[in-house]
Design a protein around this ligand. Structure first.
Ligand SMILES: [Mg+2]
Length: 190
C-alpha cells in the first residue's frame, strides 16, 4: 500500500505561525475562512503570513499530535507500506522539510520527501498513492479531478475546506483518519 501525507495542518501545527502574523500586524487573530488570504485578511497580515511561510520558523513548527510520529514510524516499518511526504511550501527547501520530519521523530528517508515545483496534485498523480491525506482545498480538488484517492483533514481550524465536505471523505485529524481507514491497526495482534 502506498500512502502519502501533506505536512502543514495535517502533521505539523501551523497555528503558531498564523497567530504570529496577526501579532506582527497588530491585529486580533481571526481564523482562516478561505484559502484565498488576500480576500479575507488585511494586507499587513497577508504580508506577514507570506514572509513567515518562507521563514525558518516554518521548519520548526511542532506536530499537531504527539502520537503521530510513532504511528508513522510503525507504518514505515511495515514491509507492505510505502510512505511519502508531499508538501507544497512556498520556498522549495526539501532538505529543511526532511530535517523537520526527522527532528519531529519521524524516521523517514530523504527520498520519501517531496517538496518540488509544480502542482501537488500532478506530483501525486505521478506518485500514485492508494490514499493521500491533505487539508488544502486546491490539492483536494486537484486530486478529485485527476483521480488521486484523497482523504481530507477537516476541523474547526480548517474552515477553508468545509465547503468540500459533501464531496470527499473527511476526518477531524490524522490519527482518527488512519484508524478509521484501517491503515493503522490498534491493539495487539492475536
Ligand atoms: Mg496542508
Amino acid at each position: 500500500m502506498r500512502i502519502s501525507f501533506d505536512l502543514d495542518d495535517v502533521i505539523f501545527n501551523l497555528n503558531p505561525i498564523n497567530m504570529l502574523a496577526f501579532e506582527r500586524a497588530g491585529i486580533p487573530y481571526v481564523r482562516q475562512t478561505s484559502w484565498n488570504i488576500d480576500e479575507i485578511y488585511d494586507e499587513s497580515v497577508c504580508k506577514n503570513l507570506v514572509e513567515l511561510w518562507g521563514d525558518d520558523l516554518l521548519y520548526r513548527m511542532p506536530v499537531l499530535d504527539t502520537k503521530i510520529p510513532h504511528m508513522l514510524n510503525v507504518l514505515m516499518a511495515r514491509p507492505d507500506m510505502e510512505i511519502f511526504f508531499v508538501t507544497e511550501r512556498r520556498m522549495k527547501q526539501p532538505e529543511k522539510t526532511y530535517r523537520q520530519l526527522r527532528n519531529a521523530g519521524i524516521k523517514c528517508n530523504r527520498d520519501q520527501v517531496y517538496d518540488k515545483i509544480g502542482f501537488k496534485s500532478d506530483i501525486l498523480r505521478e506518485l500514485k498513492p492508494d490514499i493521500h491525506f491533505d487539508d488544502s482545498p486546491l490539492v483536494i480538488k486537484g486530486c478529485l479531478d485527476k483521480g488521486v484517492p484523497v482523504v481530507m483533514i477537516s476541523n474547526n481550524l480548517t474552515l477553508y475546506n468545509h465547503h468540500l465536505r459533501p464531496y470527499v471523505e473527511h476526518y477531524p485529524n490524522l490519527r482518527t483518519a488512519l484508524i478509521q481507514k484501517g491503515v493503522y491497526k490498534t491493539g495487539k495482534i492475536r
